[in-house]
Design a protein around this ligand. Structure first.
Ligand SMILES: [Zn+2]
Length: 184
């Protein structure tokens, strides 16, 4: 047997082994339970599609855990994950930093005032919103879809118009959060 044939056979074997490894790593429960391990291995073996898929799960893990896998994922793998993390966190903060909008249709142009609701509850709604946003920010993770905004305490009685506006604001935040990058 010539060296070429042996090399071809070995090449075939390793391709097969890599394919098997990739299939194993991309099992859904692995991606969810061990995203940093899968991401790191995918970076190591240059399975770029799998790395992309795993990055969305890996970015949700606490950043302190990332360093444990730095050796395997390598510098590039780490940088890409950090980039994704920053893009998501900055995006989420930007969304949350919008103040409450009272009227989406008419806008709040200069001199127009806010005319989403005529009641006197708007100030109260604003401070409730600010407190909620601060609370969400205090526990914000890169995996957040801002669904936390839905857990809002509405006891105490609110006017219907104000509640509709609140609902629109929450919806807008969630829709915007969905447009943020989810993978490297
Ligand atoms: Zn109102």
């Amino acid at each position: 047997m010539t060296g070429r044939v042996i090399r071809a056979a070995l090449g075939y074997q390793s391709t097969k082994a890599l394919t098997m490894a990739r299939d194993h790593l991309s099992r859904n429960d692995w991606l969810i339970e061990k995203p940093l391990e899968v991401y790191s291995m995918a970076c190591f073996f240059k399975f770029s599609d799998l790395a992309k898929l795993a990055s969305g799960h890996a970015v949700k893990r606490p950043t302190e855990e990332w360093v444990l896998h730095r050796g395997v994922m390598g510098r590039t793998g780490m940088e890409k994950l950090e980039q994704l993390y920053r893009a998501r966190m900055e995006g989420l903060y930007d969304i949350l930093n919008h103040s409450l909008e009272f009227d989406f249709e008419a806008g709040t142009g200069e001199g127009e005032g806010r005319h989403g609701c005529e009641c006197g509850d708007m100030r109260r709604m604003e401070s409730m919103w600010d407190a909620k946003v601060d609370q969400v920010k205090s526990t914000l993770g890169a995996g957040s879809e801002l669904l936390e905004l839905l857990e809002v305490d509405l006891r105490g009685g609110w006017c219907e118009g104000c509640l509709v506006m609140l609902g629109r604001n929450i919806q807008k935040c969630i829709v915007e959060a969905r447009s943020l990058p989810t993978s490297i």
